[in-house]
Design a protein around this ligand. Structure first.
Ligand code: FMN
Length: 184
């Protein structure tokens, strides 16, 4: 996998929100030759996660339908961008469900999910409605620790200040940072 391929995982519970706007602004400035694909978690029918780790041999059946497509898209990415608004100081429920399914995918025979994700980059983009962006530290911590556990590289966080849809367009500082976010 020589060329970079970015998968943007949109996790807002509304369409056209600030986080997606910020992610699309950053995506205008990908490294040369990189490709971008997008998945909106709320468009997908992803089942509830069930913890089967300590049942039987601890393996999971292969995912089906949208979950199978999501797994394939994840494995195809060199760079995974979690674009989640700050919900209760952490990632949104759709993003949390996506991450919970990683625990299943790691245990699907033949997929080798954890080994294959090792070395890939994990990025965070978020919007918070409080001027104190440090309130997003738990979200960043969740994704940093996830990257460490997966032996991925946590590549950076871009946190905007916005509440109503469109507010992010007033956050000039973050929009400027978006122009070089993926180039570091
Ligand atoms: C369920 C929910 C929880 C939220 N929790 C927080 C929070 O903990 N801290 C915060 O600053 N904003 C919080 N917000 C506000 C959103 O982060 C903010 O409106 C953001 O711009 C939404 O992003 P979006 O437009 O991409 O959906 C919350 C919003 C919702 C709907």
């Amino acid at each position: 996998m020589s060329e970079r391929s970015f998968l943007f995982v949109l996790g807002s519970s509304r369409a056209g929100g600030n986080t997606e706007t910020l992610a699309r602004a950053a995506a205008e400035h990908l490294p040369e030759g990189a490709t971008a694909s997008w998945v909106n978690l709320t468009d997908l029918d992803v089942p509830s996660f069930v913890d089967l780790r300590h049942e039987g041999d601890g393996s999971y059946p292969a995912p089906e339908g949208d979950a199978a497509d999501l797994l394939a898209a994840t494995l195809a990415a060199t760079d995974l961008v979690i674009a989640s608004p700050l919900y209760w100081y952490s990632v949104s429920a759709p993003v949390k469900l996506y991450l919970d399914h990683w625990s299943a995918w790691m245990r699907v025979p033949g997929v080798d999910f954890r080994a294959r994700m090792a070395g890939r980059r994990l990025w965070a983009i978020s919007s918070v409605s409080n001027e104190d962006r440090h309130l997003a530290d738990p979200l960043i911590g969740t994704l940093t620790n996830t990257a460490t556990f997966m032996k991925m590289t946590f590549a950076g966080a871009l946190i905007g200040y916005a509440n109503r849809p469109g507010d992010i367009l007033n956050d000039a500082e973050t929009l400027t940072a978006a122009e070089s976010f993926f180039l570091s």
